[in-house]
Design a protein around this ligand. Structure first.
Ligand SMILES: C[S@@+](CC[C@H](N)C(=O)[O-])C[C@H]1O[C@@H](n2cnc3c(N)ncnc32)[C@H](O)[C@@H]1O
Length: 276
C-alpha cells in the first residue's frame, strides 16, 4: 500500500463548506475549551452558555482527550491495530491520534475525517510531511464520503482490521442521523475491526439536561446527551470489550486519568469489536 506524502490537494469527493465566522463551530468551540488559538468571538459566546450551566463543563473535553491518550496505545499495543480512521477528529491539539500511535509504531496509518473547513486546513498543514497519515473532508453521516474517498483507499486496507474512532462526535448528530450513520460505518468494517465511541451521557442527571439545552439553544445548536441504552444501540452487532460501556474515566483508567473529574457521569465510552 502506497502511503502518500501529505495529501494536500482538494480531490475529496465531499466538498467542505466555507469557513463561516457568523456561526459557532463545534471544532472551534472545542479548541477554545482546550486552550487552543483557532476560535472566534461567536465560538467563545457559545461556550459561555455551557459554562453558565456548569463552570466545570470544559472538563468534558479534557476527559475525552485523556481517553484518546489511553485508548490509542491500547488499540495499537494490546489489540494489534495497524490502521485507524478518526471520524470527527477536530483541530490538531496536544496528543493527536497519529502522534500517540507513532510513538509506539511509526508505520501505523491514520486517516483523520472532519467536516469543518478549519480542521481540514490545519490538518493538511500539520500532516504535509507525513506519509502514513492524512486528513479528508467528509461527513460522518455519509459513510461513502469517508470509505470511498480515494485518499482513504491509499492508506487503509479494507481487507484488514482497522479501528474507527468516533470520539465526542456522535453527540453532534441528530437522533435521525446518528443510528443510520453508525450502522453504515459498522457495515463497512472488516471482521476484527474495532470501534471506539465516546459520547455525552444522560445518566438521568439534571445537569445533563441543562447542558444539553445550553448546547442546543446557546449558539452551538448541537450536543445531545444520550442514555446508556441509546449508546448501546450504537454498538449493535459488535462484541463489547472489557470494561464495557462505562463512564469515560473508568475506561482503562491509569494514574493520569482524572478519576475525580467534576463531569465523571456526563461522558461515556466503550470499545467494541466486529466479530468474524
Ligand atoms: C468535539 S470535537 C472532537 C474532536 C476529537 N474527536 C476529540 O475527541 O478530541 C467534534 C468534531 O467532530 C466534527 N464533526 C461534527 N459533525 C461532523 C460530521 N457530521 N462529520 C464529520 N465531522 C463532524 C467537528 O467538526 C469537530 O471537529
Amino acid at each position: 500500500m502506497a502511503g502518500r506524502a501529505g495529501r494536500t490537494g482538494n480531490a475529496s469527493p465531499y466538498s467542505v463548506p466555507e469557513i463561516d465566522r457568523t456561526k459557532a463551530s463545534i471544532a472551534r468551540v472545542y479548541d477554545y475549551i482546550l486552550g487552543g488559538k483557532d476560535h472566534f468571538e461567536i465560538d467563545r459566546r457559545a461556550t459561555d452558555a455551557m459554562y453558565a450551566v456548569d463552570p466545570k463543563a470544559g472538563q468534558l473535553a479534557k476527559d475525552n482527550r485523556n481517553l484518546l491518550r489511553r485508548a490509542v496505545p491500547y488499540l495499537v499495543r494490546d489489540v494489534g491495530i495497524r490502521q485507524i480512521i478518526d471520524i470527527g477528529s477536530g483541530l490538531p491539539t496536544v496528543g493527536n491520534v497519529h502522534e500517540i500511535a507513532h510513538r509506539i509504531d511509526r508505520n501505523i496509518r491514520v486517516v483523520y475525517v472532519d467536516n469543518d473547513p478549519v480542521v481540514i486546513v490545519h490538518g493538511r498543514a500539520l500532516l504535509s510531511r507525513e506519509n502514513t497519515s492524512t486528513v479528508i473532508a467528509a461527513d460522518a453521516r455519509v459513510a461513502e464520503s469517508i470509505f470511498d474517498d480515494p485518499a482513504v483507499a491509499e492508506l487503509i486496507d479494507f481487507d484488514e482490521p482497522l479501528a474507527v474512532i468516533a470520539a465526542s462526535v456522535l453527540h453532534h448528530l441528530t437522533d435521525d442521523d446518528v443510528y443510520p450513520a453508525v450502522e453504515a460505518i459498522r457495515e463497512r468494517l472488516s471482521p476484527g475491526s474495532h470501534m471506539l465511541i465516546s459520547h455525552f451521557l444522560d445518566d438521568d442527571e439534571d445537569r445533563a439536561k441543562a447542558l444539553e439545552k445550553a448546547f442546543l439553544e446557546g449558539g452551538l445548536g448541537t450536543g445531545r446527551f444520550r442514555t446508556w441504552e441509546d449508546m448501546h444501540r450504537m454498538f449493535e452487532g459488535l462484541e463489547m470489550l472489557e470494561p464495557g460501556l462505562v463512564y469515560c474515566n473508568d475506561w482503562h483508567a491509569d494514574k493520569l486519568t482524572p478519576i475525580d473529574s467534576a463531569v465523571h457521569t456526563l461522558l461515556a465510552a466503550g470499545l467494541a469489536r466486529k466479530p468474524g
